[in-house]
Design a protein around this ligand. Structure first.
Ligand SMILES: Cc1cc2nc3c(=O)[nH]c(=O)nc-3n(C[C@H](O)[C@H](O)[C@H](O)COP(=O)(O)OP(=O)(O)OC[C@H]3O[C@@H](n4cnc5c(N)ncnc54)[C@H](O)[C@@H]3O)c2cc1C
Ligand code: HEM
Ligand SMILES: Cc1cc2nc3c(=O)[nH]c(=O)nc-3n(C[C@H](O)[C@H](O)[C@H](O)COP(=O)(O)O)c2cc1C
Length: 1055
């Protein structure tokens, strides 16, 4: 077959080839990005060694053929041979010891033999359960760490009757630590030139000493057994005393040690990684967790897991299979063709002995097999005959054929036992409810920085302070409970479901006020109330909805209440306030409504009707204020409480003299990104737009279209305004103490400037509650009258002009005597702001760019310039600045289709271009790498081709030339330069034939930017549809459009 295609290869450098493309920390990440860029197959030159990487089921299936291909012990596996030599895992196939050990040990690992290991497995499993139970629900658990202990001790006990007692060490067990280090170094060694390797004496010495430590452990186990033989028929005895039925040969001591090490290596990282991933996926998907819990409860009936139970839990099997599909812990394997051969029906030629890397991690997500949702966790796809009907080798986490995993039944039994026991016994939750999977890799892969809590099931909940403004804001709920219980206050439970902090701020406000109405508040996320809502006091719930779904820290709670069956919530007295946005017409207030209705249906008693704040309306805060008035009136009546007459003020701020700077707050390396570049994109005189490039916090990963959540600082000008009003300097420190839970740092001196910069919003409009406080703080009749006037015409005079408390204090600097403590208490916590990432990880997986509109306009209240907090904070950054940030996944629909050939139609204006730029960049890189990509038809609105036509002279020009994008601009100030079109909806109308063509070619559509634009594009699309379907009226056409666009249309709205 002479006309084969060239296998694509990234550009290579002399001598080192493509080494720079390898990701040392996380190899699979680099490989996966290359697969996204190059497609089914690509070639890498690693220091002269050529490796061909296979990324589809079709290719993996083709090389899963023992007659034509054999296992390749090359690269990092070759390095592992340093300790395991011709042991089973690392042996070359022609090495006689492999065949002998294989024949001897296969029977020892069959299902029957493994069944006999059940009691030993249970012994170790119970150590884990005991530990989690003993530490209690507040303890932060590193599941990877504990599950590694389980896996390591289990393999040691079952195969060698040896107790490693890993649960008796506080730190990582020394054997596991040495192994992790050793295996990571094995990978890196395989990517280093030998000369460099030879010079790295320190690293080499460490690698050798890890190897020696592990070999010594295995040798000691062997020697102890020889000295003190036991009767048990374990693997060690099999290796010591059995003879190969074919050759009559036994195994030498050296081979036994190598195989003991093999079991310890091959048998523990893989299983523990699988259990850790499964823990992650179950917590992330509460509905799946509940289904599994139901199955386990039903089958086990409260009893410990027995061997015969394992076959009765099909859903458990499906969850394990799906975990191994999405996160195969042995992520790749090597094979070599025995002869010259062709792959993919003759498309690619490979020589005998070539190194072919089967990329299980990538091809297990092959969209051709698993569909558009291949990246998602759906155990259902493994149920009801679907697993059995899969194309050959579509699921291959245990390798293939003669060199496939010998420990598969062992691992399956162990994982089923341990995970069923954990799920039976505990409710699990993330410590950080927004946690998204991050990875770490040595030879195998595991979740990184995954921390959980385990609450024994069917017990009262515990309240964890859960900060949604990233994870660093210190909490003080301990102080709260202490004070609360000390006084004669009634307990009150306040829960929030919040992504960007509004609902949390409202909940906080209720908590602040609670003591003065006679209540001792406990504050927590809704998830912290999963399984139990207290009945010894009222419950207040404040929550948002996101595309009709709960906020990240409310998902478990919603799943729980949605699946209650009878009157489980009898005795709960509650009130709900919903934060929503009526632009989401179909799902406006969906979650608060669902909570309110479900609580009542399940026996709860509403104290007052549900409140609903609409953040698209200017009376949002006012509505909440009204609601709180009603709430306190009702609560004080129903619970007969009186205003607390505590001697200690509920909230106190002491100003300390001196200039002691506090230890830095909210500093966590994990969340600090580094500024690389900050440049302006617009011409002078135009509203400023900027392009920022960040190096992401270590370990962060993203997909095109995801967001960066930024925790900003207030503009220094506004901080100075506050300091000046209170006559304080930025050097002053304060010590805050509080009876109620607060997001502010308490009981230690902190710089006031730091609090004003980073912890509170200074420019929010004053609420009517704030106005009442200000009225109480003045004795001046004229000022009182003025403030009263504001209260009466609140909407027009305060909200629509966005007058803040600070504005009012500055207006009446002497007449209003507000102390600093009261002022700080009025301020909501600093919110994060989200920005769409405007780059693709194919460009740089560790860096991300933003495209930001800087909000600096004449203030709606006269006489000042309004500075948007985050956009101005970003605008002022310079290279090397550190910024607190985290990557947040975009809505499921707002991502590139898995198939890059699908064309796109994109609509945006201004910085709405951000995520679309990332999409186009990704396609451009794929095209440059030789893949076929569908075109992007981009409708882009701005004012002036010379003023704010973002990226038009560089990136967009280049990508247009490449044929990846066709830009259809609409210049509002120069319509004559855009086919007479002022706005993108006009341009859409003008170019409707092209849009319809693209649509007929299966294009996916994206709208991004302001809600106004989204509405205008939708409206125009309805009109276009009516051109083709004149029989439809507007309403019918809108409905029809909705149905034809289903699954092919996504909107990302910024406001
Ligand atoms: C999913 C998502 C993605 C986003 N992506 C991007 C992106 O890629 N690029 C981007 O630039 N933005 C993006 N945004 C918007 C961004 O998150 C911020 O909302 C925006 O930058 C403003 O934040 P700020 O802190 O600067 O302003 P803030 O301090 O939050 O002020 C904004 C508030 O001030 C009000 N206001 C506006 N003008 C005035 C005025 N003249 N006087 C008084 N008050 C006024 C507004 O009504 C608004 O309530 C995105 C938003 C979302 C939800
Ligand atoms: C979820 C858990 C596990 C996974 C995902 C897994 C995966 C794999 C894979 C993919 C291979 C083939 C490697 C290759 O082709 O290079 C393999 C081989 C092997 N595994 Fe496992 N494994 C697991 C658990 C275990 C356990 C518990 C043991 C031991 C008790 C074990 C022992 C081995 C051995 C000895 C080999 C080499 C077999 C040979 O080449 O003859 N594995 N495993
Ligand atoms: C991407 C996105 C989706 C949203 N979806 C809905 C929705 O389906 N229903 C609704 O009422 N509000 C919706 N909203 C509005 C938020 O619920 C509202 O802004 C709320 O105040 C946010 O509260 P939080 O800051 O506590 O997270 C959405 C907002 C965004 C940014």
């Amino acid at each position: 077959m002479p006309f084969h295609s060239q296998i694509p290869q990234p550009p290579a450098l002399p001598f080192i080839g493509n080494v720079t493309y390898l990701d040392r920390e996380l190899p699979i990440q680099g490989f996966a990005l290359l697969a996204q860029q190059y497609g089914e197959i690509y070639l890498l030159d690693i220091l002269g060694r050529k490796v061909i990487v296979l990324n589809t089921q079709e290719l993996a299936n083709e090389v899963s053929n023992d007659a034509k291909f054999r296992k390749g012990v090359i690269g990092s596996l070759d390095e592992v041979r340093y300790i395991s030599g011709d042991g089973l895992f690392t042996a070359r196939e022609d090495e006689p010891n492999w065949a002998i050990a294989h024949r001897l040990l296969m029977p020892a690992f069959n299902t029957m033999a493994v069944r006999d290991m059940m009691e030993d497995m249970r012994d170790i499993c119970s150590q884990l359960l005991l530990k989690w139970e003993r530490f209690g629900p507040d303890h932060v658990i590193d599941p990877s760490d504990d599950l590694t202990r389980v896996a390591l001790d289990t393999i040691a006990l079952c195969s060698m009757s040896y107790r490693l007692n890993s649960f008796y060490t506080e730190n990582q067990p020394p054997f596991a630590a040495s192994m992790t280090e050793f295996l990571r170094e094995c990978y890196i060694r395989s990517t280093r030139p030998s000369l460099v390797q030879a010079l790295m004496t320190g690293t080499n010495a460490k690698w050798e000493s890890d190897a020696k430590f592990m070999t010594d452990v295995a040798t000691r186990i062997l020697n102890e057994r020889k000295e003190k033989p036991i009767e048990k028929k374990d693997l060690l005895n099999t290796m010591l005393y059995s003879k190969d039925p074919k050759t009559g040969q036994g195994l030498s001591d050296d081979t036994i040690v190598k195989n003991l090490l093999t079991f310890l290596i091959a048998g523990h990282e893989t299983s523990s990684g699988l259990m850790s991933f499964m823990t992650y996926y179950l917590i992330k998907n509460p509905e799946i967790m509940r289904k599994l819990q139901n199955e386990i409860d039903e089958v086990l009936g409260g009893q410990p897991v027995q061997y015969q139970d394992l076959s009765k839990m099909p859903y458990l099997t499906a969850v394990i299979r799906e975990t191994l599909r999405l996160s195969p812990t042995a992520p790749m394997r090597m094979v070599q063709p025995l002869e010259d051969t062709y792959l993919a029906n003759g498309k690619y030629f490979v020589k005998a002995g070539a190194s072919l890397l089967v990329n299980t991690w990538v091809y297990h997500k092959d969209p051709k097999i698993w569909g558009e949702d291949a990246q998602e966790f759906h155990p259902e796809r493994m149920l009801n005959g679907k697993f059995e009907a899969l194309p050959p080798q579509a699921w291959q986490p245990f390798g293939f054929g003669i060199r496939g995993c010998i420990g598969r039944p062992f691992a399956w039994q162990e994982v089923s036992l341990v995970m069923a026991s954990i799920v039976q016994k505990f409710d699990l939750s993330f410590v950080d409810p927004t946690y998204n999977l991050e990875l770490k890799q040595a030879l195998t892969v595991k979740p990184k920085d995954l921390f959980i809590r385990a609450t024994p099931r069917n017990q009262a909940p515990h309240f964890h302070p859960t900060a949604s403004i990233l994870k660093q804001v210190p909490q003080s709920s301990a102080t709260v409970s202490k004070h609360a219980r000390a006084g004669a206050l009634r307990p009150m439970y306040i829960f929030y479901g919040s992504n960007t902090g509004t609902s949390e701020a409202f909940a906080q406000r209720i908590a602040n006020d609670a003591p003065s109405y006679g209540f001792a508040p406990e504050l927590g996320s809704l998830d912290s109330a999963t399984g139990h809502i207290p009945t010894d006091g009222p419950t207040f719930i404040c929550t948002a909805s996101y595309e009709g779904q709960p906020a990240d820290n409310a998902t478990r709670f919603i799943d729980w209440i949605s699946n209650l069956q009878s009157s489980e919530l009898r005795g709960v007295h509650y009130a709900v306030f919903g934060c929503g946005n009526s632009d989401w017409t179909q799902t406006y207030q969906r979650i608060p409504t669902l909570i309110d209705e479900t609580l009542e249906q399940r026996g709860g008693v509403p104290l007052i009707p549900r409140g609903a704040g609409d953040s698209s309306q200017s009376d949002f805060f006012d509505v909440f204020d009204q609601f709180t008035n009603d709430l306190w009136t009702t609560l004080t009546k129903v619970y007969s409480t009186v205003q607390s007459e505590s001697q200690t003020p509920a909230f106190k701020v002491e100003i300390n003299s001196g200039t002691d700077r506090p230890t830095a707050l909210r500093q966590s390396d994990a969340a600090l990104g580094r500024v690389i570049e900050n440049r302006i994109l617009t011409a002078p005189g135009y509203p400023v737009k900027r392009h920022l490039e960040f190096e992401l916090p270590k370990g962060s990963t993203y997909r095109a279209g995801d967001y960066l959540a930024i925790l900003p600082q207030n503009p220094p000008r506004n901080v100075r305004r506050v300091l000046a009003h209170f006559g304080l300097s930025s050097e002053h420190t304060v010590t805050i103490s509080s009876v109620s839970p607060t997001f502010l740092p308490v009981d230690r001196p902190v710089s006031l400037a730091e609090i004003l910069s980073g912890y509170v919003e200074l420019s929010q409009p004053a609420t009517t509650h704030d106005l009442r406080t200000l009225i109480d703080a003045t004795t001046n009749d004229a000022v009182r009258a003025d403030l009263n006037e504001l209260k009466i015409s609140y909407q027009d005079l305060v909200l629509s002009r966005r007058i803040s408390v600070l504005d009012l204090l500055e207006k009446h600097p002497h007449e209003i005597q507000l102390d600093l403590a009261t002022y700080l208490r009025m301020l909501p916590p600093m919110r994060i702001r989200q920005y769409s990432i405007s780059s693709s990880p194919l460009w740089n997986a560790e860096h991300a760019t933003l495209t930001v509109s800087v909000l600096e306009e004449e203030s709606l209240s006269e006489g000042k310039i309004f500075l948007g907090v985050a956009s101005n904070y970003l605008s002022e950054l310079v290279p090397e600045d550190r910024v607190q940030m985290s990557v947040r996944a975009s809505a499921a629909a707002f991502k590139l289709p898995e198939d890059p050939e699908i064309p796109l139609i994109a609509y945006c204006a201004g910085s709405g271009l951000a995520p679309l730029r990332g999409f186009i960049q990704e396609r451009a890189l794929q095209k440059i790498s030789g893949r076929k990509v569908g075109k992007v038809l981009l409708f882009f609105g701005c004012r002036d081709p010379e003023g704010d036509y973002l990226y038009s002279t560089d990136d967009l020009a280049e990508w247009s030339k490449l044929g990846v994008v066709e830009v259809r601009p609409a210049f509002s100030s120069f319509p004559e330069r855009s086919k007479g079109c002022k706005h993108i909806q006009d341009r859409l109308w003008a170019d409707k034939e092209d849009v319809v063509d693209a649509f007929n070619n299966k294009a996916h559509s994206f709208i991004c930017g302001s809600n106004q634009i989204a509405k205008a594009v939708r409206k125009q699309s309805v009109e276009i549809l009516r051109v083709f379907r004149p029989d439809l009226d507007q309403t019918q056409a809108a409905k029809e459009l909705e149905s034809v666009l289903k699954g092919r249309f996504a909107t990302d709205v910024f406001d």
